[in-house]
Design a protein around this ligand. Structure first.
Ligand code: AHR
Length: 533
């Protein structure tokens, strides 16, 4: 086990002196937390989900059909429901993605055998000879049943690219009008749901700069206003406008400037989306088989999200100093070039390894630290896709390493962010282009009632890190426990045949007066939870 230079310049001398005098435990770093001065609430919606009519996501991943021999609830895969409930999945975004701007909601209602077969946007990506025809067996009623079963808020993406404001408004009325008020509410009742769905979160288009209509920001702003002006206001809505492609080389700041410039004098949206893919598609980095520099390349590209959030927030401030509009990071994840699909027709599905789990921990820490700016985030996508929590094929089902990180970070959902000073120095790491600096330890903390949760991710492939979590302001922990997710093999993954290769385990942590002491293994995500006295 190598030791490394852990402290940022400036912190070194002070902590060094402390270490000499007070640490019985040889800490590499002391992180100072202030549980008595909590900040913003970490919206539970940050730990949200996304499912699209794409490859094997909906059909097979979620929907197996009512007559399937695979255990199901009203046609929905039971294991998917159970596991999503277990992690407290707070929301589900649907039906896309790019699919949304070609989707006409009426195709997905009524008796299922009578529903039309329609063109799916993703047909263009299907390997030759394979078909993506949309059967519309999974529509709004099935989606709402899924949300109810899980206990998740629905987040519906409307069709702006090929739809009309009228079609959108009818869909909103169909979902939300009280029973007996409109013909659309009667129709909903006739289709099995008398009571309104109460859908609050509406995405007004998706990637309107790309598959959602290839619009310029000012063109989209005009569409946005047309789509929302006569919005049927049955439920206090949370309207999300299409935001930037955050992983563009320039961060796509021009989209944000252009949109908000064109919205001057009009009501701003509640949410502004950011799509941030850790996009490895233009590289040779593979999903399942990789070297050390490719491990670090993924993590380095992942943490650039921090700056994207900062930059767009600052830009929005020029137009909306009070920050009425919050971010909805409704697509994020590591996107590799094709090659590891579980079956060729499940396009965009990937092998998910420990590397993706570590990336997830670092991403969630970024979200938590920016809690005041982010209303919601949605992983792309929950099953059989990019950065998935689950892979499913017929009767086979497996939780990926990413699932376990969602499970561990539940502790932060709806808790208040705790200020944390992290002095750990950046690591010098090999990446595709040579050398780069990567945060040496990713961390975030929160408190709910008197329970403190601290998450720590060590991205190093070489060295564990001994840390002391010092509780400021006279705070004391009475008892603590920790959980670790790691594996000796950086490429470790869970498969249908071996589903529990990467799974959380209990981890030692010691309460010492006003501090907690533990070692964070290399290539690991750790959760520490403690009760405050
Ligand atoms: O998540 C896959 C696709 O990525 C979505 O459909 C689209 O919005 C994005 O480009």
């Amino acid at each position: 086990m190598h030791r490394r230079t852990f402290l940022k310049a400036g912190a070194t001398a002070a902590i060094g002196a402390l270490a000499a005098s007070r640490f019985a435990f040889a800490a590499d770093a002391e992180l100072v937390l202030s549980p008595g001065e909590p900040g913003a609430v970490i919206s539970p919606q940050i730990y949200g989900h996304f499912i699209e009519h794409l490859g094997g996501v909906i059909y097979d991943g979620v929907w197996v059909g009512r007559n399937s021999s695979i255990p199901n609830v009203d046609g929905i895969r039971k294991q998917f429901v159970d596991d999503m409930k277990r992690i407290g999945a707070p929301n589900l975004r649907w039906p896309g993605g790019c699919f949304a701007d070609g989707y006409h909601w009426r195709d997905g209602i009524g008796k299922s055998p009578a529903r039309p077969r329609t063109y799916n946007f993703w047909q263009r990506r299907m390997p030759a000879g394979l078909d993506a025809t949309e059967t519309n067996q999974f529509g709004i009623h099935e989606f709402m049943q899924l949300c109810r079963l899980i206990g998740a808020e629905p987040y519906v993406a409307a069709n702006v690219g090929s739809g009309t404001p009228a079609e959108f408004h009818d869909w909103v009325s169909y979902c939300n009008a009280p029973a007996g008020t409109l013909s659309l509410a009667d129709e909903r009742g006739a289709n099995g749901d008398k009571q309104p769905f109460g859908v609050r979160y509406w995405g007004v288009g998706n990637e309107s700069w790309g598959c959602g209509g290839t619009m310029r920001p000012e063109e989209y702003a005009t569409q946005y206003r047309k789509f929302v002006t006569q919005f049927p206001n049955y439920t206090q809505p949370f309207l999300v406008a299409t935001g930037p492609r955050g992983h563009s080389a320039d961060g796509d700041i021009g989209w944000t400037t252009g949109f908000f410039e064109a919205m001057r004098g009009y009501t701003p949206p509640d949410g502004f989306s950011i799509h941030y893919y850790t996009d490895l598609r233009p590289t040779t980095v593979k999903a399942g088989d990789f070297k050390a520099n490719e491990w670090y390349e993924v993590l380095l590209r992942g943490v650039r999200l921090d700056k994207v959030i900062e930059d767009h927030w600052k830009e929005m401030e020029k137009f909306d100093a009070a920050h009425r509009t919050k971010f909805v990071i409704d697509e994020w994840g590591v996107w590799y070039a094709p090659g590891s699909e579980i079956t060729p027709s499940y396009i965009l599905s990937e092998t998910i390894t420990l590397r993706d789990a570590v990336h997830t921990g670092m991403t969630f820490d970024i979200f938590n630290r920016h809690a005041a700016k982010i209303a919601m985030a949605n992983v792309a996508q929950t099953v059989n896709c990019i950065h998935s929590l689950f892979l499913a094929q017929a009767a086979n089902f497996v939780r990926t390493p990413v699932y376990h990180v969602f499970d561990m970070y539940r502790a932060h959902m709806g808790a208040r962010q705790v200020p944390l000073n992290n002095p750990v120095a950046d690591l010098d790491v090999p990446v595709l282009s040579g050398k780069a600096k990567l945060p040496g330890l990713s961390a975030s903390a929160s408190i709910r009632d008197r329970r403190l949760a601290v998450t720590l991710t060590n991205p190093s492939l070489d060295a564990a890190l001994s840390v002391r979590l010092k509780l400021n302001g006279g705070a004391r922990a009475t008892e603590a426990r920790a959980t670790v997710l790691t594996h000796q093999d950086m490429r470790a993954t869970n498969t249908f045949a071996e589903p529990e290769v990467v799974k959380p385990a209990a981890h030692p942590v010691k309460v010492v007066a006003d501090a907690l002491e533990l070692s964070v293994p290399k290539q690991a995500v750790v959760l520490v939870e403690c009760e405050m006295g």
